[in-house]
Design a protein around this ligand. Structure first.
Ligand code: FES
Length: 153
């Protein structure tokens, strides 16, 4: 962790010093600042706030919004719910994996993209659906995958 990152980490932790029940908010703030929470950060929170590391880890692992692994600048979620699968989402996922040269759950080495498969996102009518960051993209075909990725490149 670089000096300026470490300073930022300490500032955020200090905001919550002595406040019971604010651990989740602290973790969400760190997630939003660094895009993930490192082992070093977990250790520092534990030491500064005197909270067992196992408890912090348990909470951090529970929340989908918190990542304990570095994630890419853009998060791509391919819906693999039933309605999207019926409309070919497996082909979309395969094409995306092949274009990015990673498997679902992984991040590209240049840290640009993280790819995930997810369950129904509640917009089955426009399936198959992929979500890039906060953009919902419907009626995706495998031919469109490359163009979509280029837009975020
Ligand atoms: S199954 Fe994909 S949005 Fe519902």
């Amino acid at each position: 962790m670089q000096d300026n990152e470490h300073k930022r980490l300490e500032e955020i932790i200090d905001r919550y010093d002595g406040q019971d029940g604010s651990l989740i908010q602290l973790l969400l703030d760190l997630q939003s600042e660094f895009n993930w929470i490192s082992k070093d950060a977990l250790k520092e929170i534990s030491e500064k706030l005197k909270i067992p590391r196992s408890r912090i880890y348990r909470i951090a692992s529970f929340y989908e919004a918190i990542s304990l692994k570095p994630i890419g600048k853009h998060k791509i979620s391919v819906c693999m719910g039933t309605a999207c699968q019926v409309r070919g989402s497996q082909t979309i996922l395969d094409r995306t994996e092949s274009k990015l040269k990673i498997r679902q759950g992984e991040t590209t080495p240049d840290m640009k993209f993280t790819l995930k498969r997810v369950n129904c996102m509640g917009c089955c009518a426009i399936g198959p659906v992929i979500v890039v960051d906060d953009d919902y993209i419907g009626r995706v075909t495998s031919d469109r995958v490359e163009r979509i990725l280029k837009k975020y490149d």
